[in-house]
Design a protein around this ligand. Structure first.
Ligand code: MG
Length: 371
């Protein structure tokens, strides 16, 4: 189990047509993939989503020298140290060490967590609705329509980056023109004050198809989340940037959310991420993990949700769908996952149970200059 090598793949893809959300338009997508290799030949893939130059420097100068010679099964001790330098790097290493243990045990990652309870996980098609074009609403409509035609039945679109009126035209257009059986999520990326967030209730009452309203308010204003909760007729979700289970406990105690959204790449270890999912169960709220930032993270999300006991006795599996990046991003194809009518089929082979696309690692390797 001795770690002898760490390969790193900083990946960069400039967008020909920028897209975004209330936080602004993205001009590129990036991803930092690692492969940790042991003396006995077992290996594990991990992924870090943060600013490439900083992550690359930290791995080359500090994390790789630290990892070489360590035992891959000393997961807790290793992650605890890297966590102090960078939480997202710790998360990436945690993923890699988890796969090594699964490979060495001759089992799938899910077997380490007690085995799957479901073989398919419902997905929602996730969009970044804004672009530079003045006909952004029409462009958004065409993108969403295509996803629905491909079999997706749950869709997330963005609000909070335009005026309330313009965003409402966008949402009302989509809901009026597209299949009325589709479930909808709107995500404001914490951009509203309480009054603006309440304003949306007039749209929610016109359409019964909303699954949740995501992060309407800044997470620092937890007290207003509870007031909003009492005002709105839809569920409120959030927590994608939360970095520990400890932080989720205070949000859950404040009754901020109906649905928590931990992200395996934002929490320092796979174990703490799993703990967050269980916390949701303990507090009686739904869990729909955030997973926009990479294919390996998304695969771990699918594994974790496959092992999670049902939220309720209701037969509707679509209550806790997983995010599926629908935007122009080659890195979402890094891991091949079979999709069956809007559901991800949980891979069950040894380790991750699916291959990493080596051609993508070669083709989009960041040259260290452009940014
Ligand atoms: Mg979000």
């Amino acid at each position: 189990m001795k770690i002898v090598k760490v390969e790193t793949y900083p990946l960069f893809y400039p967008l020909s047509s920028p897209y975004g959300d209330a936080n602004g338009l993205k001009k590129y997508r990036s991803c930092y993939v690692i492969k940790v290799i042991t003396q006995s030949g077992y290996y594990g893939w991990g992924e870090v989503n943060d600013w490439l130059p900083a992550v690359d420097l930290l791995f080359r100068q500090r994390i790789i020298p630290y990892l070489i010679g360590k035992k891959a099964n000393e997961h807790n001790a290793i992650v605890q140290v890297i966590h102090r330098w960078n939480k997202r790097c710790a998360a990436g290493v945690s993923m890699a060490l988890t796969e090594i243990l699964a490979q060495a045990s001759g089992c799938n990652v899910t077997s380490l967590w007690g085995g799957v309870l479901r073989n398919e996980i419902p997905l929602y098609a996730s969009f970044q609705s804004y672009c530079e074009s003045i006909d952004w609403i029409d462009r958004s409509y065409r993108q969403v329509k295509k996803a629905i035609e491909a079999g997706f039945t749950i869709v997330k679109v963005k609000v909070g980056g335009k005026t309330l009126e313009e965003d409402a035209v966008h949402i009302r257009t989509l809901l009026a023109k597209l299949d009325c059986s589709i479930k909808w999520i709107i995500d404001a990326n914490q951009s509203y004050d309480l009054a603006s967030a309440k304003w949306w209730e007039q749209v929610f009452v016109d359409f019964p198809q909303f699954l949740w309203f995501e992060e309407p308010l800044p997470l620092t204003q937890v007290r207003y989340y509870r007031e909003l909760h009492n005002h709105l007729s839809v569920a409120i979700a959030g927590g994608e940037d939360v970095t520990s289970s400890e932080q989720f406990i205070s949000l859950l105690q404040e009754e901020a959310f109906d649905i928590i959204q931990p992200d395996v790449g934002h929490i320092s270890s796979v174990f703490d991420y799993l703990h967050c999912l269980r916390l949701g169960r303990s507090f009686g709220v739904r869990t729909s993990s955030h997973s926009f930032d990479g294919a390996i993270s998304r695969l771990y999300t699918i594994f974790a949700h496959a092992c999670l006991p049902p939220w309720s006795k209701m037969k509707n599996e679509n209550l806790e769908p997983i995010e599926w990046d629908m935007m122009d991003n080659p890195f979402s194809q890094l891991v091949s996952i079979k999709i069956n009518e809007g559901n991800a089929v949980v891979p069950n082979g040894i380790g991750l149970g699916c291959e990493i696309d080596i051609d993508i690692l070669k083709k989009f390797r960041w040259d260290g200059t452009s940014y």
